[in-house]
Design a protein around this ligand. Structure first.
Ligand code: CO
Length: 207
């Protein structure tokens, strides 16, 4: 009962927060929402992890309208994932984003799960894709004896792999062949200090 009342007050707080946020935005700029209502032309597609500690817009100081967001467990780019492909194609072909950012993060539950033999239910099917990334990099990763260091490197290698998968995707290849620009970026975010580290950037020219 107590838990229920705590939870419902938390829930009600969310609705109150929304009203406060609207008031705050309007006090800064009375046109804030009427401008957004006209449409979007975001310069960035964000492919990030579903982890609650990595809020896309917030960590890069971006406003509403700047970032088209796709998130899944462990920021994966899987060529048969229609959800990811639809977001990617719409962002690149229609919205014509300038940057596609794959942002992984240290202490990623999906990556840690892929290092263990534990079963987590339905998500295991998804984790199998991350396990493939381990297999591709087995020699390097097995060579790191400290498990914390190994998981951090795995997070980085996973981001690099997803950027490579983007580069090979029909959507990106077709955009580049039409002279469109989207640069591909691989980032890793540190949940312990809030900082982003750039791992790789691939432009049409240096691909
Ligand atoms: Co994660």
């Amino acid at each position: 009962m107590l838990l229920h009342s705590i939870m419902s007050s938390y829930y009600n707080q969310l609705l109150d927060n929304n009203k406060k946020w609207v008031a705050e935005k309007l006090s800064e700029n009375s046109q804030y929402f009427s401008k957004l209502a006209k449409g979007q032309k975001p310069p960035v597609l964000w492919i990030g992890c579903a982890d609650s500690r990595v809020p896309a817009n917030e960590i890069i100081g971006a406003e509403a309208g700047e970032v088209f967001v796709h998130r899944n467990v462990a920021n994966m780019v899987i060529h048969t994932d229609m959800n990811m492909l639809s977001c990617l194609d719409y962002a690149v072909s229609i919205l014509e984003v300038k940057h596609v950012i794959v942002c992984g993060h240290y202490d990623c539950g999906g990556v840690l799960a892929a290092m263990s033999d534990q079963s987590f239910g339905l998500v295991d099917n998804w984790i199998d894709h991350i396990k493939d990334v381990y297999r591709f990099n087995k020699m390097e990763l097995d060579g790191i004896s400290d498990m914390e260091a190994r998981s951090r490197r795995f997070v980085e290698l996973n981001v690099m792999e997803q950027v490579d998968d983007l580069k090979k995707s029909a959507v990106i290849k077709s955009a580049w062949s039409k002279g469109k620009m989207p640069s591909l970026h691989g980032w890793v975010y540190d949940v312990a200090n809030g900082l982003v580290k750039e791992l790789i950037t691939i432009d049409k020219i240096n691909k």
